[in-house]
Design a protein around this ligand. Structure first.
Ligand code: PHB
Ligand code: FE
Length: 336
């Protein structure tokens, strides 16, 4: 999924069509891809094919793709449709990584400037989210709302959340937004037993503004979103991105690099497939304390039956995808 697309030319056609009288939703065009939604479904059309997704699945995936700015590698909304990030340039594809679509010549891929495509997708997530529906929430949570029905209001606050980035060591003055004790977020119903009395910090007088520690479990137990890693520590190109998970990862992620998972609480089951064909490769269950390295040639989707805490560890080096493509870096972290 990493190789630059074959199409060559960058598409610059973007169109937002006025709301339909029938459903109240706007329709969208990016290159020759066309998108429309009705009360239950989203329909995607390209020159030689069409595809339909349930509106809830589509909205949860669209929300992640937008919020993460196309993330690392491929965000597959399902087995047919998705985007691949080349960092500045983005592929939009249908059937490209599906053996049968490919064999039948029904696959299609176009490239866009990332910021131009993101603008259109942001408009789509705004327009297609109704009042009371939160695409970041797990469907069983209070406040998740329903995605169905005709256009009915909006949920500006929910869809405009940005991934939280620590400005400096969490707990120190100026850490911006993520201090746990005073950020006003209540504990999640499933993580109500997480203790918050540790750590106790006793700084020498004069060092109170330089010595800090915070309770990551307490922080994560207060997350009001699911499957949305926040960048909590940055050491050179090593990013620790903890997140709280419930229900399923709304996308299949095909990474362009190795990616580590540290299961911090409860458990998540993972389906691992070949990145390019979608053929099943492995299933695993990660329980609290388990650590796994996802290879760079797979796609994965996680299933978290209860709210759980996961640490996603990324190597953000811009050189890694190319090194892997050239065979200079391995697709697995360890060879036994
Ligand atoms: C992943 O694709 O690796 C991923 C994305 C979001 C999460 C967890 C894992 O919340
Ligand atoms: Fe991933």
């Amino acid at each position: 999924m990493n190789e630059m697309a074959n199409s060559g030319t960058l598409q610059s056609h973007f169109k937002i069509n006025p709301a339909s009288n029938e459903t109240g939703y706007k329709a969208y065009e990016a290159g020759s891809f066309k998108f429309k939604r009705d009360e239950y479904f989203v329909e995607i059309a390209w020159p030689n094919g069409t595809h339909r997704m349930a509106a809830d699945d589509f909205m949860r995936a669209l929300m992640r793709d937008v919020a993460w700015g196309f993330f690392y590698g491929t965000i597959a909304f399902d087995e047919v449709f998705g985007t691949t990030n080349h960092y500045g340039i983005v592929d939009m594809f249908a059937g490209t990584y599906h053996e049968v679509y490919k064999a039948a010549g029904r696959d299609h891929l176009e490239q866009f400037r990332a910021e131009e495509l993101l603008k259109l997708m942001k408009d789509m997530v705004e327009d297609w989210t109704n009042e009371g529906y939160d695409p970041f929430a797990a469907p069983g949570e209070a406040g998740a709302g329903v995605p169905w029905g005709r256009k009915n209001g909006d949920n500006h606050d929910a869809v405009n959340r940005i991934r939280v980035t620590a400005e400096r060591m969490v707990g120190l003055p100026g850490d911006a937004v993520i201090r746990t004790d005073d950020n006003g977020y209540p504990k999640n119903r499933m993580l109500a037993d997480v203790a918050e009395d540790q750590p106790l910090v006793e700084a020498e007088p004069g060092f109170e503004k330089e010595v800090a520690a915070f309770n990551l479990y307490d922080y994560l137990s207060r997350s009001d979103v699911t499957w949305n890693p926040s960048v909590c520590s940055v050491v050179k190109e090593s990013l620790f991105c903890p997140t709280s998970e419930e229900f399923s990862l709304p996308v299949e992620h095909g990474n362009d690099r190795c990616e580590w998972f540290v299961q911090l609480s409860d458990h998540i089951a993972w389906d691992v497939k070949d990145r390019d064909t979608g053929r099943p490769r492995a299933k695993l269950v990660m329980r609290a304390g388990d650590v796994a390295c996802m290879p760079a040639d797979i796609r994965h989707r996680g299933y978290s039956p209860k709210r759980s805490m996961l640490l996603v560890w990324e190597n953000a080096s811009p050189r890694v995808p190319e090194m892997i493509q050239k065979g200079e870096a391995p697709v697995v972290a360890v060879q036994f």
